[in-house]
Design a protein around this ligand. Structure first.
Ligand code: ADP
Length: 756
């Protein structure tokens, strides 16, 4: 019996629950709300049935009283239908309060009408009015319940005043007793329901309060944990910065001295050892830089710089860096930049090059034979920026499909054998991907095991404003118009790139893979009539020199200039004699253009250099500059002084900020190379005091520091230092910085104390 009852009530609840909005189940304290919704649905359905059935009995009850009977009947039908609609509206308009009020109001009206019809103030049905405040209490809470009590009292007063409408026979005493009994039971039942709901509400309230307390406690714990995590990140960043500083200082000694060592008279074995020290030092430095970068990206602290840079130049610079390794492995390097891609952009060229170099370095590292090619295309985006798409394509070992997804995770390599064979940390791609994303782009890979890989990345960059725009290489140059060129290279991609480039300048091109193909299938048959021939040094069936000789023998009339394409920097005399120009791969369009022009029309070539892609060679350093080196570490003093000697400069030494000030007081210096961390007075404080004491007459100050973070560099420049060199010191960067300094000094450029 109980199971049947439970089963039936469950079924009933399921039916009622269908009308309840889902959100009610998900809200906090939903139990109480849920029950009220259920009651509203249940009562509405029950009342609709009761009102509709009562309306049917009206015409019979009120016989002879038309049209009142008809009117009342219609009123009850409408009220029944509204009650029926309430459950369906709950989900739709999701406005519980309005629907509950409507329900209460309808029932109030129907009850008053019913009481009026069954004896007025004497009606045994009067008690049911008590239901209204009770239900109001359940549905809308005590405040509304108070209002409804007032309404009910008012209604009873009205019924008293109006008297009854004796339309129905006065009930017998027996019936009255029965009604009184049922009224008492009904009242008890209602009180019980009210108490039940009140206790449920209390329960929910308690639950809510407990949950809230828990929530507050969890929040406090979270806040504390967040604070601790922030402190930990801060500590980690500081630790990394300090560690990097500490490691850089001795590394400066190792790399610097190894560099100096290898330029002294050493036997071959010693040379080799020196080189190993240097390359190990470089590798260590690279790892430190990677870890530092990675932690900066992780902490969201990496800031990109925005300065104009030449895209083609930076690609060529990056290629230059990997050329020696590619050449030593016999891997061909080349690149193609679509013509619609502008040259000058505003962005962080260092980070851009970092991505490209990482991909290029990997491509060369993992390619044994074949080629590594860089393709650049792009289009202007809707946001006014240019979307660049760079792909680095190799014919290397490829990557297994199941490893592709792990490639961009930090410290991940294809397998541990990779580390043993090729080295690396597995951080490069993770950093590159983050950098590309920071620049508004992405990085991804396509690869086939044993065939090769193509790494793509996109970045969004602003194009530089027109005054910075370098003149592009002119398409359809008059000297190259309709000239016939033969491109002779075993590498198909290379032939294609050269063909595209030359065609753009106005040439008509023919490609050939080998000597045999070239000599056999000249477009003009036996005449071999070309205006220029570009020939790779190593053809499948001959060398370039042999080709030149064979061509000359076979076609005595053949006079066209020959350009040699090579990966070697040094050429023998015979080649220098035979070829009009020698171009080192990867071939730079600017150089190619110049070589073509020089070969075709030597008379106009020198005056018509239409582009200045190459940066002019730096001037030698003014050796009369008076330089003061401030450095406390003995080994680094030696490194610094020897490097300066190598650049032809002399320098005096100071070991801390106080000594710098003393030295400046004795004699004027043009340049101070200022270490930052020194005992007694550090470089920053010394700079402050120099600016205070000497004002515009102060020397040019170059910070020397092992702190590799950009924010530190900015801080040094803000103090008033003019330039910044990071340790380990490299001869080239010292050279560049001194050059910049001597130029600034020569121009007597007013050096501001805040900017650089
Ligand atoms: P690593 O410092 O080890 O080179 P990267 O993140 O740059 O770190 O590369 C992760 C791994 O991805 C490499 O160790 C290598 O296994 C694989 N990989 C990257 N580039 C290539 C490529 N061009 N060809 C084949 N494998 C590659």
């Amino acid at each position: 019996m109980i199971t049947l009852f439970t089963y039936l009530s469950q079924k009933l609840y399921q039916l009622l629950d269908r009308f309840i909005p889902d959100a009610i189940y998900q809200s906090l304290g939903s139990q109480d709300l849920h029950r009220r919704y259920r009651l509203l649905v249940g009562l509405s359905l029950y009342n609709s049935v009761s009102l509709l059935s009562t309306s049917i009995s009206f015409p019979a009850m009120l016989k002879g009283l038309e049209p009142v009977g008809g009117l009342l009947s219609s009123l009850f039908v409408v009220m029944g239908l509204v009650n029926l609609a309430i459950p369906f509206m709950l989900r739709r308009i999701n406005s519980y309060k309005i629907l509950a009020t409507t329900h209460l109001f309808i029932n109030f009206v129907s009850m008053v009408t019913f009481i009026m019809l069954t004896g007025g103030i004497a009606s045994p049905n009067l008690f049911i009015l008590g239901v209204i405040p009770l239900l109001t209490m359940i549905f809308l809470g005590p405040r509304f319940s108070f209002v409804s009590v007032v309404l009910v009292v008012f209604a009873i007063a009205r019924i008293e005043v109006l008297g009854s409408v004796e339309l129905v026979p006065v009930p017998t005493a027996q019936l009255n007793e029965l009604r009184a009994l049922s009224a008492t039971i009904g009242t008890f039942a209602l009180v019980f329901i009210a108490l039940f709901f009140e206790s449920a509400r209390n329960n929910t309230q308690n639950n809510l309060e407990a949950a809230l307390k828990d929530l507050h406690m969890t929040n406090d714990k979270l806040r504390q944990a967040y604070k601790e995590a922030q402190q930990a990140t801060q500590a980690k960043s500081e630790f990394l910065a300090n560690m990097s500083h500490e490691i850089r200082t001795p590394l400066n000694g190792i790399i610097g001295i190894a560099g100096l060592l290898s330029s002294t008279a050493l036997d071959q074995e010693q040379q080799e050892y020196g080189q190993i020290i240097q390359s190990s030092g470089d590798a260590l430095l690279e790892i430190i830089n990677s870890i530092l970068d990675f932690s900066k990206i992780e902490a969201g602290k990496l800031e990109l710089e925005a300065a104009p840079f030449n895209l083609r130049q930076s690609i060529e610079d990056s290629l230059d860096l990997v050329t020696p390794k590619a050449t030593s492995k016999g891997v061909e390097l080349g690149y193609w930049v679509d013509l619609n891609v502008p040259s000058l952009f505003v962005g962080d060229v260092t980070r851009f090059r970092q991505i490209l170099l990482n991909l290029l370095g990997n491509a060369v590292k993992f390619t044994g034979v074949g080629e590594v090619m860089v393709f650049v295309s792009g289009e202007a985006g809707a946001n006014g920026r240019f979307q660049l798409h760079i792909s680095v394509q190799d014919t290397g070992i490829g990557i297994p499909p199941d490893r592709l997804e792990f490639l961009f995770k930090s410290f991940s390599q294809v397998d541990s054998a990779t580390t043993r064979k090729f080295g690396g940390t597995g951080l490069g791609l993770a950093i590159s991907k983050s950098l590309a994303e920071l620049m508004g782009g992405n990085l991804w890979v396509e690869s086939q095991l044993g065939i090769g890989s193509t790494f793509h990345f996109t970045v969004q960059l602003e194009t530089a404003v027109p005054p910075h725009q370098a003149p592009p290489l002119p398409p359809n140059h008059p000297a190259m118009q309709n000239k016939r060129a033969l491109i002779l290279d075993k590498n198909a991609t290379y032939r294609q790139i050269l063909n595209r480039q030359l065609t753009d300048w106005g040439f008509a091109c023919v490609e050939a893979e080998s000597t045999q193909e070239a000599l056999a299938s000249g477009p003009l048959g036996a005449s071999f009539d070309f205006d220029i021939v570009l020939v790779d040094q190593h053809l499948p069936d001959a060398t370039a020199l042999q080709f030149a000789q064979t061509a000359q023998e076979r076609f005595p009339a053949f006079q066209a200039p020959l350009l040699l394409l090579t990966t070697l920097r040094q050429q023998d005399e015979a080649s220098k004699q035979t070829f009009k120009g020698i171009l080192t791969k990867p071939i730079k369009p600017a150089q190619l253009f110049e070589a073509l022009l020089a070969a075709l029309s030597p008379e106009i070539a020198p005056t018509q250099k239409p582009y200045l892609a190459e940066t002019p060679l730096p001037n030698p350093i003014n050796q009369t500059l008076r330089i003061l080196l401030a450095e406390d570490n003995r080994i680094n003093q030696k490194v610094g002084l020897r490097m300066l000697n190598k650049l032809g400069c002399q320098a005096d030494l100071a070991t801390n900020g106080l000594e710098v000030l003393a030295a400046l007081g004795e004699r004027p210096y043009d340049i101070v190379l200022m270490d930052i961390q020194m005992p007694e007075m550090d470089g920053v404080e010394a700079t402050r005091q120099i600016i205070e004491q000497f004002g515009a007459e102060r020397p040019y100050i170059i910070a020397l520091t092992a702190n590799a973070l950009t924010e530190h560099r900015d801080a040094y420049l803000e103090v008033g230092m003019d330039d910044y060199l990071s340790k380990p010191l490299k001869l080239e960067s010292l050279h560049r910085s001194l050059q910049k300094a001597s130029k600034a000094i020569a121009q007597h450029s007013p050096r501001s104390t805040t900017a650089h």
